[in-house]
Design a protein. Structure first.
Ligand SMILES: Nc1ncnc2c1ncn2[C@@H]1O[C@H](COP(=O)(O)OP(=O)(O)O)[C@@H](O)[C@H]1O
Ligand SMILES: [Mg+2]
Length: 343
């Protein structure tokens, strides 16, 4: 089989023509998209006005430390794309176009222009509660609706090897080797592996949200699996709280936004069987991710060294006696940021 690198425009055009995905003489425009680290991502514009995004998983991620993961995860993302289109609110998932399992290639519709990356808006100090509400409702809807297809989803998404290699190891296991947490992280790993509850996105972050016509579109489904929904909450709350830490002008507003996000999520989830002890696990994942993003293999790039130290100390303190619910965790984290001796 001929190898293919979709970042080589001529090779990609030849491939798309040869496989009949586009016409033999069709003049298409190709542009590399940046922002991701684990895939080659390319925009293909057709003369018809139709536009696709092609993704091809990299065997070695584009991060400073060595980090490998099988490119077969493109197939997982393709399955995720198709299932999420059935589960998530209308227009929040980009329609699937085609998949090539030999070349680990996936094509989906491109989100129209103009659109904005939500992480960039937040870091620029632009917070809109309507986006926060949609962020909570989108996740709550996926988690709740997937419960109704538990049998099928557990079969299709039961393999957790990508979640293990892209999340459990680099976030929790590696951090546990670096930082003494008195068993906090190893217990969290054990409990997470025990939980098989619903469909979990695994990369639910503002970086993977585009805002188009004031509507959230979710991207990047390669870590999707059947597992512990509390992980998605802890992972995403960590993004909101770390931005509350970093963007000081927006700190009180982002703290409120984090509470609002949780409140909307819970209302939409309407806790059903299997999710009743969710909140305690969400607190633990939030603490685990808050620490992992300053001490694990995958650290938040916008933090200064001082911010890393401050977040590490505060979270290690909270791990000794974790707050009992999410709002209290948010309040404690924010209040300790304000009084930390580092300043
Ligand atoms: N369907 C799409 N429409 C428009 N832009 C997209 C689409 N998919 C990806 N992108 C752009 O490419 C970037 C990387 O894509 P992503 O799926 O997040 O890949 P990675 O796994 O490498 O993070 C996104 O942040 C976004 O800017
Ligand atoms: Mg991404």
């Amino acid at each position: 089989m001929e190898s293919l690198d979709i970042e080589q425009p001529q090779a990609l055009i030849r491939y798309l023509r040869r496989t009949g995905r586009v016409g033999a003489k069709e003049q298409i425009q190709i542009r590399k998209l940046t922002g991701g680290v684990s895939n080659r991502t390319v925009l293909v514009e057709r003369p018809t006005g139709e536009a696709w995004v092609l993704k091809q998983a990299l065997p070695k991620l584009r991060v400073p430390v060595d980090w490998f993961s099988s490119p077969a995860r493109t197939h997982r993302e393709a399955l995720g794309l198709q299932w999420l289109a059935r589960l998530a609110p209308a227009e929040s998932i980009t329609p699937f176009v085609f998949e090539d399992r030999q070349h680990h290639l996936l094509a989906m519709h491109a989100v129209g222009q103009p659109h904005h990356n939500w992480k960039s808006l937040l870091l620029a100090g632009q917070l809109d509660l309507n986006h926060v509400r949609q962020f909570g409702a989108l996740l709550g809807t996926i988690h709740r609706k997937a419960l109704a297809f538990k049998k099928e989803i557990s079969r299709i998404f039961g393999d957790r090897s990508f979640f293990e290699s892209l999340r459990v190891e680099p976030y929790y296991a590696y951090t546990a080797q670096q930082i003494p947490t008195a068993g906090f992280l190893t217990n969290l790993i054990r409990e997470t592996r025990r939980r098989h509850i619903t469909l979990v996105h695994g990369d639910y972050s503002p970086k993977n949200i585009l805002i188009y016509r004031n509507h959230l579109v979710l991207l990047d489904h390669e870590v999707i699996h059947f597992g512990d929904p509390a992980f998605d909450l802890g992972f995403s709350l960590t993004h909101l709280l770390s931005k509350a830490h970093h963007v000081t002008a927006l700190r009180p507003a982002l703290a409120q936004a984090a509470k609002y996000y949780w409140q909307v999520y819970i209302e939409v989830l309407d806790p059903a069987e299997g999710t009743t002890d969710l909140e305690e696990q969400v607190v633990l994942h939030t603490l685990g991710c808050l620490l992992a993003r300053v001490s694990g293999r995958s650290q938040l790039e916008y933090f200064s060294q001082g911010e890393r130290v401050r977040q590490r100390e505060i979270v290690m303190g909270l791990m000794q006696d974790p707050p009992l619910d999410v709002p209290r965790l948010i309040e404690e984290f924010i209040s300790r940021l304000g009084s930390h001796a580092y300043d």
